[in-house]
Design a protein around this ligand. Structure first.
Ligand code: ARG
Length: 610
């Protein structure tokens, strides 16, 4: 028996429609869905209505013909037709039990593994040197890491690419500012660096025309600065920064050393925050803009040699067939741009790493940038790996995190909220909650030492933030509501974590060996829970296809609800019949395995006790 039962039924029904309509082809979709009302069965096929209408046949008669030819007797009860032509399918309990045994015995829990040997490259985090991590980087990091885990879970090799903003004029401006103010880079704090960055930006804003033009393009901080400086009337500070950049680019030893200190200082604090977040991102994933600096002129040359770039007022641009907006790849002063670096990165990822899937988790304001980038990649032909695989390029734009006033999240003083302050608050809330609960004499955490409580508190607080971030449609803005996120009830991370902890303690109280117990279906709630568990692979594959982690969130929430319903109506440890009791423990255990696995894919830890 295969766990792909839905695929098998789909195929058989499709054949049934083919013979009933004397037609062939993919277009004969039986529209097989999970049944809306479990009383009618496990699945329903809604295909007869549309197909009957399209091919001039009464839908109910069509359904009857299909049912008379399709033989599902080995696995399902006789098919039933309802209403205008719905076909209801209810699996036999034996089928369900065989599938759940198979799922439980499979170390992958039924999740089909991919046979694509090309790696996936996921562009995530993307912090800028000398700047505090802000909430946008939080989203890129959390979403990117969850997508990476998802691909790893199906056996794909993943490159987490932290495309740091560590090169170019913005950095030169900061360095220039710091050196002009004789700041000691050895003992620098990230806050001081951040201030220098702001100073440098403010300096650039003195140039009104340039700034207006940059804002007009609304293309993210990089382009704003790049475009500002295109204006000829750059301020003195900008000129100094440009000179410094040239010296840096030429490898001036002392400058390179100072530049490395900036990076070190930024990354020390970045990794401190990432450490709290439970993401698999470390220094080994840094491949910032500076990594590509030697390749930029080569990239531009390839475009020129292929006849894909043209001169425009001394600058070099790539034009696209279907739009006015060109892509600037070299400025008139010979400097390269954010886009040039990204082209070099694409060449590296597809041609050297041989990735056939490039995923960019970058905020929605950079949409145009990625559209241009992907089209330019196709023009130059880097959309195929050296061994001929088609490269899929996707920008996953995400929305903003809003405060209660529905405006982008700001601190009381009006500055942008930093990542570390946000995480500290979440952890604090988690710890408070755990400490409070541990005061109850019968809580599993009662009497635990404070260090352990703090660890659990961190897992809850961070889990809450991550779940809230992943459980919505990614491009939607969402309101950051810490009270709701850390609640133990409702569609939250802690609700699911709490179910895991409760199941763990339930199982630990069973003193008999249940590990080989026979699965038994006695009550409808038992069956419903098992049917939900059996959906895991389908949900997983749907999520990989759509790159939508919220699908897994929703499903884990539903699974938790199914478990709670089961637990309310099916006593576990108090069941007299020992076979049934052990079967229930085993079902609970499988549920826990799946919940823990699913949370892990989302990057959320499951505390043993809560
Ligand atoms: N550093 C950029 C920013 O903060 C994000 C980098 C995104 N990745 C990329 N390959 N462009 O806007």
């Amino acid at each position: 028996m295969s766990l792909n039962i839905q695929a098998i039924i789909h195929e058989l029904l499709q054949k049934g429609f083919e013979s009933a309509l004397s037609l062939k082809g993919e277009s004969l979709d039986p529209l097989l869905r999970k049944a809306q009302n479990p009383e009618h069965g496990d699945f329903q096929s809604n295909g007869a209505m549309g197909l009957g209408k399209k091919h001039g046949m009464n839908p109910r008669e069509l359904a009857e013909q299909v049912v008379s030819t399709v033989d599902l007797n080995a696995i399902a009860h006789p098919l039933e037709i309802a209403g205008p032509g719905f076909i209801n399918i209810k699996l036999k309990d034996d089928t369900v039990l065989e599938m759940v045994r198979e799922m439980d015995a499979d170390p992958q829990l039924g999740v089909t593994q991919s046979d694509d040997s090309h790696p996936v490259a996921i562009d995530l985090c993307g912090v800028n040197v000398a700047k505090q991590l802000h909430v946008g980087h939080l989203r890129s990091t959390i979403i990117g890491d969850a997508l990476a885990r998802m691909f790893e879970r199906v056996g794909r090799r993943v490159y987490r690419e932290n495309h740091l903003g560590d090169w170019g004029l913005p950095i030169a401006m900061v360095l220039e500012r710091l050196m002009a103010n004789s700041v000691d880079l050895e003992t620098l704090s990230l806050d001081a660096l951040n201030d220098a960055y702001r100073d440098a930006q403010l300096g650039a804003r003195g140039d009104e025309r340039g700034f207006a033009r940059a804002i007009e393009c609304d293309a993210g901080p990089h382009r704003v600065i790049e475009l500002e400086t295109q204006n000829e009337s750059a301020s003195g500070a900008q000129q100094a920064a440009k000179d410094l950049l040239i010296a840096l680019q030429q490898g001036d030893e002392q400058l390179v050393q100072e530049w490395e200190k900036l990076i070190e200082c930024t990354m020390r604090s970045v990794f401190e925050s990432l450490g709290l977040l439970n993401v698999k991102i470390g220094p080994e994933h840094n491949r910032g803009e500076s990594f590509y600096r030697e390749q930029l002129s080569g990239v531009v040359e390839e475009f020129v040699d292929g006849g894909f770039a043209e001169e425009d007022n001394g600058a070099l641009i790539v034009r696209f067939e279907n739009r006015e907006r060109p892509m600037l790849i070299r400025k008139s002063d010979g400097g390269f741009l954010y886009a040039t670096t990204d082209l070099a990165a694409i060449k590296f990822r597809t041609q050297s790493l041989c990735s056939d899937q490039l995923i960019y988790v970058v905020d929605a304001r950079q949409r145009d940038h990625f559209k241009d980038l992907f089209d330019a990649t196709k023009i130059i032909g880097w959309d195929k790996t050296p061994d001929g695989a088609e490269v899929e390029m996707v920008h996953i734009p995400f929305g903003s995190v809003l405060g209660e006033d529905k405006k982008p999240l700001k601190t009381r003083s009006g500055s942008n909220v930093t990542l570390s302050s946000l995480l500290e608050e979440a952890i604090e809330r988690g710890v408070v909650e755990v400490r409070k609960r541990s005061l109850e004499p019968n809580a599993p955490t009662h009497g635990m030492n404070d260090e352990k409580l703090c660890t659990i508190g961190r897992q809850i607080g961070i889990g809450a933030v991550k779940y809230a971030d992943l459980s919505n449609d990614l491009v939607r803005d969402y309101v950051f509501d810490m009270d709701r996120m850390v609640a133990f009830e409702g569609n939250t991370g802690p609700y699911i974590q709490y179910a895991c902890a409760r199941i763990r303690s339930l199982i630990s109280k069973c003193d008999a060996d249940w590990s080989d117990a026979e699965f038994i279906i006695h009550e409808p709630e038992e069956r419903a829970l098992i049917m939900q568990l059996l959906q895991y692979n389908a949900v997983f594959q749907g999520m990989i296809q759509s790159l939508e982690p919220h699908r897994l969130c929703t499903w884990l929430y539903e699974l938790t609800e199914s478990f709670n319903t089961f637990y309310q109506s099916c006593p576990v440890l108090k069941t007299e019949d020992s076979k049934l009791r052990l079967s229930r423990v085993r079902i609970a255990h499988l549920t826990k395995k799946v919940l823990v696995d699913g949370l892990d894919v989302l990057g959320i830890e499951s505390p043993e006790h809560m």
